[in-house]
Design a protein around this ligand. Structure first.
Ligand SMILES: Cc1ncc(COP(=O)(O)O)c(C=O)c1O
Length: 358
């Protein structure tokens, strides 16, 4: 249940934003009947934002960059500067968006502890294929921010017109997820369902946008964010700040307080960001084996592990419907092949160049 009049008003506000065309929307909302049966649980739906991808493999950032790249076009930028982790899905989607929009891209990528032995695989491979200028640094987040400022200045000195996108324009990222909330509720209506829970793996902007939407239209669907970052001192403060900045952009009077963000799950992060957990790896296998859908260990697996536990612990009744928002990130999966410890049977022969067979 939600207030459709308020939702219509929001749609008009969102339509007034400048936007570029990057994503394939609306993304599908599909039912995971096999997973539901195996868990003996409620009806489980998945919002496939892993399929936003008109560019590279898509993901939640592609939806966000439709809003965040519009100012770059307006500023007549010719190079986008950005910085995240070495295996960042965010960086990969920024790079792809920049290319699609005819701009160059410079990435300052910070190694997270898990990436000390990073190889050119996954997102980093795609960054290179996109022709991004890549600098990999060992630095704190603060030092990385300084390096990004220096890179913008360096580009200017070379006569370029740089545009920086990153954590400072998360308000527009959240606006994109207000729009996603709207899209989802239209799909709920079309499918005749009223989910009681929407679960998502989020560092801030995705949950902030969904929360703002749900609280503004008084949706009966509870939003739960599964947090996996260890560098944000207080995630509730961060989510409320982003939600308020998005509300200001949308010219809404709504104000979100940190205590309003009650639904953040921290227990699924595990040892640290980027380090897989047992429950997460089990979630990847279970969803792959039952539905033929892939998750990845950094974000979506930890989110799905939380949903699976809530179902197994009986916190969700069988007559409820729940939604898991798949935020993408699949290229990173290929950097984690070893953690699954699949038997190498048959591959040894290939490794020795086929010697044994000769
Ligand atoms: C696959 C995936 N899921 C979730 C997130 C978290 O997104 P947000 O920070 O917008 O909440 C990210 C961030 O990069 C991501 O790559």
């Amino acid at each position: 249940m939600y207030d459709r009049r308020k939702a219509d008003d929001l749609r008009q506000r969102i339509d007034s934003f400048d936007r570029v065309d990057l994503a394939m929307l609306p993304t599908p909302l599909v039912e995971l009947k096999n997973l539901s049966r195996v868990l003996d649980g409620p009806r489980i739906f998945m919002k496939r934002d892993d399929l936003t991808g008109g560019i590279t493999f898509g993901g939640n950032k592609t939806r966000m960059l439709e809003f965040r790249m519009a100012p770059a076009i307006q500023a007549n930028a010719d190079i986008v500067v950005s910085g995240f982790g070495v295996q960042s899905n965010h960086a990969r989607q920024v790079a792809a968006a920049a290319r699609k929009l005819g701009m160059d891209v410079s990435l300052i990528l910070r190694r997270t502890p898990y990436e000390s032995a990073a190889s050119i695989q996954g997102n980093l491979l795609i960054d290179f294929l996109l022709g991004a200028q890549v600098q990999i640094i060992d630095a704190t987040i603060e030092e990385q921010a300084e390096r990004i400022v220096e890179e913008v200045e360096r580009q200017k000195r070379m006569g370029r017109r740089p545009y920086e996108t990153g954590y400072h324009d998360e308000d527009l990222s959240a606006v994109a997820y207000v729009a996603c909330g709207l899209e989802l509720h239209e799909q709920f209506d079309a499918m005749g369902i009223e989910p009681s829970l929407l679960m998502v793996a989020s560092e801030g902007a995705t949950q902030a946008g969904l929360h703002l939407f749900a609280s503004h239209v008084e949706s009966s669907c509870r939003i739960v964010g599964v947090n996996m970052v260890d560098w944000v001192p207080d995630i509730r403060v961060r989510i409320s700040e982003i939600a308020n900045a998005a509300a200001a952009r949308l010219k809404l009077p709504d104000r979100v307080m940190p205590e309003d963000i009650s639904n953040v799950e921290f227990t699924y992060r595990g040892q640290a960001y980027g380090i897989p957990t047992e429950e997460g790896l089990e979630a990847i296998r279970l969803v792959a084996e039952t539905e033929g859908i892939l998750l990845e260990p950094v974000y979506t697996a930890k989110g799905m592990a939380c949903l699976i536990d809530e179902i197994r612990d009986g916190k969700i009744r069988r007559d409820e419907s729940v939604v898991f928002l798949h935020t993408g990130g699949l290229p990173a999966l290929f950097c984690y092949a070893d953690v699954f410890q699949f038997p190498k049977s048959g591959l040894e022969e290939l490794d020795d160049g086929g010697e044994k067979q000769r």
